[in-house]
Design a protein around this ligand. Structure first.
Ligand SMILES: Nc1ncnc2c1ncn2[C@@H]1O[C@H](COP(=O)(O)OP(=O)(O)OP(=O)(O)O)[C@@H](O)[C@H]1O
Ligand SMILES: [Mg+2]
Length: 237
C-alpha cells in the first residue's frame, strides 16, 4: 500500500555538522502525528527539508507517491504540503485580511479563495474582529492563529506546524489545540512539532521523539505518555 507521507533515512548537515542523522517517519492520511524533542534536536531542520527550504544530504521524502526531496519550495506547496514556520512568518505591515489572502497566493481560483476567506474567519472569530488590523499589532497568540489561518488558505493536504504553542498562555495554547483538531477534522493531515510535549501527546495519535538528530522513541501517543523515558525527559515528572 502506498504511504501518504514518508521520510526515509533523512540526513541534513549545516557547514559540515550533521544535525539530522538518518531519520525515518511516516504519516497516514488523516492522522495528527507529533515530533517532539529538546532545543536543537533538529525538528525545524526536518520540516525545512520537507518544505524544500534546505536540501538533505541523503535520504528520500515521499508524498502520495511523488518524490518530494529535490523539488523547490513553491512546487512542494503546490503539491499540498504547507508549513507554518516557527516564529510565524507573517507580513507584519499588512492587515489580517491581506495576510490571509497572501496565504492563498498560489491559487488561481479567486472566487473559491473569497469563500475560503469567509469560512476561515468563521473558525477564527478573533481574527474576524481584527480583519483590518495590522498583523504586527496582534498579540502573540493572535499572530500564531493568523499564521495557521493563512496556511489553511492554501488548502493544505499535509500541514506542518512548528511549535504553534511557543510563548502562549495556557488559555491560548488550548485554543490553538482546538483549532488544530478542527483543521484535522476537515481532512487535513497534520505533522506537529512541539516542545510542549503534554499538548502534543494529547493532540496526536502517534509520536516520534527526536534526540540530537535521531529518532529514539516512537509509538502511540498514549503509550508514550506513560513511558518512563518520555515522562522523565519530556513531561518533567
Ligand atoms: N542555518 C544554520 N546553520 C548552521 N547551523 C544551523 C542552522 N540552522 C540550524 N542549525 C543548527 O542545527 C541544529 C538543529 O536546529 P533546529 O532548528 O532544527 O532544532 P530544533 O529541534 O527545531 O530546536 P528548537 O526546539 O530550539 O526550535 C542546532 O544545533 C542549530 O544550531
Ligand atoms: Mg525549531
Amino acid at each position: 500500500m502506498q504511504m501518504f507521507f514518508e521520510i526515509k533515512n533523512l540526513r541534513v548537515r549545516y557547514e559540515g555538522a550533521e544535525v539530522v542523522k538518518g531519520v525515518s517517519l511516516h504519516l497516514e492520511e488523516g492522522e495528527i502525528v507529533t515530533l517532539i524533542g529538546s532545543n536543537g534536536a533538529g525538528k525545524t531542520t526536518i520540516l525545512r527539508a520537507v518544505s524544500g527550504l534546505k536540501a538533505p544530504s541523503a535520504g528520500e521524502i515521499w508524498f502520495e507517491g511523488t518524490r518530494v526531496d529535490g523539488r523547490n519550495a513553491q512546487s512542494i506547496v503546490k503539491l499540498g504540503i504547507v508549513q507554518v514556520p516557527q516564529g510565524r512568518g507573517l507580513f507584519p505591515y499588512m492587515s489580517v485580511a491581506e495576510n490571509l489572502k497572501l496565504g492563498a497566493f498560489l491559487r488561481k481560483d479567486r472566487r473559491a479563495v473569497q469563500k475560503d476567506l469567509a469560512d476561515v474567519l468563521v473558525h477564527f472569530p478573533r481574527l474576524k474582529e481584527r480583519a483590518r488590523q495590522q498583523a504586527s499589532t496582534l498579540s502573540g497568540g493572535e499572530q500564531q492563529m493568523l499564521a495557521i489561518a493563512a496556511a489553511v488558505m492554501c488548502r493544505p493536504r499535509l500541514l506542518l506546524l512548528d511549535e504553534p504553542s511557543m510563548g502562549l498562555s495556557p488559555l491560548m495554547v488550548s485554543e490553538i489545540g482546538k483549532i488544530v483538531r478542527e483543521i484535522n477534522a476537515t481532512g487535513t493531515t497534520v505533522l506537529l512539532v512541539e516542545q510542549n510535549s503534554r499538548l502534543a501527546l494529547k493532540l496526536a495519535t502517534r509520536a516520534y521523539v527526536l534526540e540530537t538528530g535521531n529518532i529514539v522513541v516512537e509509538g502511540a501517543a498514549d503509550e508514550l505518555m506513560h513511558s518512563e523515558h518520555v515522562r522523565k525527559a519530556y513531561l518533567g515528572e
